[in-house]
Design a protein around this ligand. Sequence first.
Ligand code: SAH
Ligand code: SF4
Ligand code: F3S
Length: 480
Amino acid sequence: MLDQVTKVHDEQRQGEAFSSGEQESLLYSKKFYIESYGCAMNFNDSEIVASILNGEGFGATKEVEEASVILVNTCSIREKAEQTIRKRLTEFRKLKRSNPGMLVGVLGCMAERLKSKLLEEEKLVDLVIGPDAYRTLPALIAEAGTGQKSVNVMLSREETYGDISPVRLNSNGVTAFVSIMRGCNNMCTFCVVPFTRGRERSRDAYSIIREATDLFENGYREVTLLGQNVDSYYWTGKEEGSTGAEETVTFAQLLERVAQISPLLRVRFSTSHPKDITDEVLFTMAKYENICNYIHLPVQSGSTRILQLMNRTYTREWYMKRVDRIKEILPDCGLSTDIITGFCTETEEDHQDTLAIMRYAHYDLAYMYYYSERPGTLAARRYQDDIPEDVKKRRLAEVVELHRQQAQRSMQLDLGKTFKVLVEGTSKRSEADVFGRNDQNKVIIFPRDNHQKGDYVWVKVESCTSATLIGKVVMPEYAE
Ligand code: SAH
Ligand code: SF4
Ligand code: F3S
């Protein structure tokens, strides 16, 4: 599923196990198994963890039974996500009974939210490590190995893991995530992320360029720059060893620098907050053919009153104006969103406003949820979770149905069009076909012929399903 979306939540990718492959695992005497949940940033963190552990002589394995350490990189965004993970931890605890030397560690957002509760009350695990404490993981594993319960959930204002090269696990060798910042300062009232990930901080621009350049030199052809709110990226500093003055890099400038690495390297980014996406970013996207015309712009609700309660800091009209501007500057830009139904006090009228804004924006893709109260968030403290579950779910079903119709229409509008596609791998449906994505992030399947992963080809769309375009190569475009 990683092939199909760049932005991924727990519903899309649950419990994917990472492995760095058979060969590499032979190099290491100790083995760890890691399973990841949640957003792309969490998956990227697992790659950082793998890099830290490799440095300490641990190799990744896909076989949970052969691991001496099991790590679960967790998500707290909705209650359902946490329930799924708890069930999984119970399974690992059973496994531990037959293998008492095995250690089970919880990483990520649930670790940060629940802290030592996971060790004490629930006795599910041996190690608890928050998202800013991964450098201490080897020491904590050693400590836990002596029978002590180990916890480090310190959040940091500086940690970006900027100097660590993630080990690309389970990678297709063509597309990769690059984290450009951590944390979030926005305090949307429904959201647990500011509590689990801490304050926002931007990663050294030079380390980002270095990582993206290395990826390109190793055959990768697409990077997705990741952050909870990429448009507020803002880095001040200077290149290591430089004696010159400090410089400041904004998101638009970073985007430009990454795009300049090579016209053959596609650049994507996620997530944009509607209050922060600037015209400068849109103009930079227009200027570089290799910055994909695709924006994930979560609206959450179409009602200004609800947006205020959510502390999103924009109104319905502001959002619509941003959509207008995107379509003005980037007429063929793909647009996707996140929507929450049944937030505190939401009326039928508010809900109708959400449906109306969907009709206005014509989203190509949407991630839709019903509101799940998260302990400790501003909404949990200030408001009553007063919309009955059946109403939340009914409204969600209406939002999903409207989106289904809109997405289908968006696919049909592409029939007969020709797109530049980056080949990513073999189609799941047939060995005779390959798949890739167009600029707008839509998956296109077409006959394999001689096309290799990493090639750019021009594909004419002949038919479609609800989620996939199907076509034929009309012009191969060679890299050299
Ligand atoms: N930083 C991103 C969102 C990260 S969380 C942004 O600002 O858009 C991904 C999505 O999960 C959110 O956009 C929101 O739609 C959803 N979400 C977050 N908290 C939620 C909650 N308590 N209940 C339901 N959905 C939630
Ligand atoms: Fe959560 Fe809002 Fe930050 Fe996104 S911008 S991570 S929704 S607080
Ligand atoms: Fe989940 Fe944490 Fe990401 S709560 S969505 S894993 S930042």
